[in-house]
Write a protein that binds this ligand. Structure first.
Ligand SMILES: [Zn+2]
Length: 294
């Protein structure tokens, strides 16, 4: 039987509360790892000012131009997700938390939902297409909770929970805008993914000024249970990518592998290199229901 090694720190896991050990230093951040639920989290957390300054700098570097260039692939990814959700819930009111410029809201509308979004960035909302702009609110879920008179049937939050300071509280806030039995769908990086063990400190999901909490399946299940969700199903999330796009994304982290790919790619027809495929890129997708509190 495996004994759980007692941690020597007084830094506690934000999900299950037990003392955690230092798992990985990724300067300027230190990630701690929970010996029970395997959640990785930064301690101390970056400040909101540091997180904002980082986003502005990335914006200036043109990262978001790549994001716009990848818009077609994003639309395919979101269309697939909207269809998966529609297979579980037929229509109704849907809220996308962290909606950015409303890309998922557009796909959800196409899948038959009365879809809305909430997004912190004014910039993102003002760049939304006219079709969805009116459906987006600038602010967080708390700000929205005050306005919501008809609770949502579906709430989605893609690649968002890894950016919050208190994940259980974040999930509880989502519950406040959803009806009992409502479906929650979230995606987030998977600390159990093989690339994390291969790349260690260079694992791209370690983002000191952005990713505050990184989940294992067990940690995510525990956080959802503690926040009042049931019927939890957790599996791999897939994104629609092309080989060329993927090579561009990992270039920074695996330059040698990408060099080899580029050399080999010359022998691969362009049609194959640019064909969209669904790839598990090391993220989890969770489905859960708002528990009916008697
Ligand atoms: Zn834990």
């Amino acid at each position: 039987m495996l004994a759980v090694k007692a941690a020597k720190t007084d830094v506690n896991c934000p999900i299950c509360g037990v003392p955690a050990d230092i798992a990985q230093r990724v300067p300027p951040a230190t990630y701690y790892g929970c010996p029970v639920c395997e959640t990785l989290f930064q301690h101390p957390m970056p400040t909101i000012e540091q997180m904002r300054a980082y986003v502005e700098a990335e914006y200036a570097r043109g990262v978001y131009n790549d994001y716009v260039a990848a818009a077609n692939l994003k639309a395919l990814t979101f269309a697939t997700r909207a269809r998966r959700i529609a297979a579980r819930v037929r229509g109704g009111r849907l809220l996308d938390v962290g909606a950015s410029a409303g890309f998922f809201v557009e796909q959800a509308l196409d899948a038959g939902f009365d879809a809305y979004g909430v997004e912190l960035s004014n910039e993102a909302v003002s760049s939304a297409s006219p079709r969805v702009r009116e459906r987006l609110t600038v602010g967080d879920v708390n700000a929205l909770a005050l306005e919501v008179t008809t609770p949502f049937d579906v709430v989605t939050a893609f690649d968002l929970i890894e950016h919050v300071f208190d994940p259980v509280r974040f999930l509880q806030e989502i519950r406040r805008v959803a009806r009992p039995g409502a479906l929650l769908v979230i995606t987030t990086p998977d600390v159990g993914h093989v690339l994390r063990h291969v790349l260690r400190a260079r694992w791209p999901m370690f983002q000191p000024m952005q990713h505050t909490v990184l989940f294992s399946r067990r940690g995510l299940r525990l956080a959802l249970t503690r926040a009042g969700f049931s019927d939890i199903e957790i599996g791999p999330a897939t994104k629609t990518l092309t080989a060329d796009y993927l090579a561009g994304q990992v270039d920074m982290y695996l330059p040698l592998a990408v060099k080899l790919y580029r050399a080999a790619a010359k022998a691969i027809p362009e049609k194959v290199r640019s064909a969209p495929v669904n790839v598990n890129i090391g993220e989890l997708m969770a489905f859960a229901r708002v528990r009916d509190e008697a």
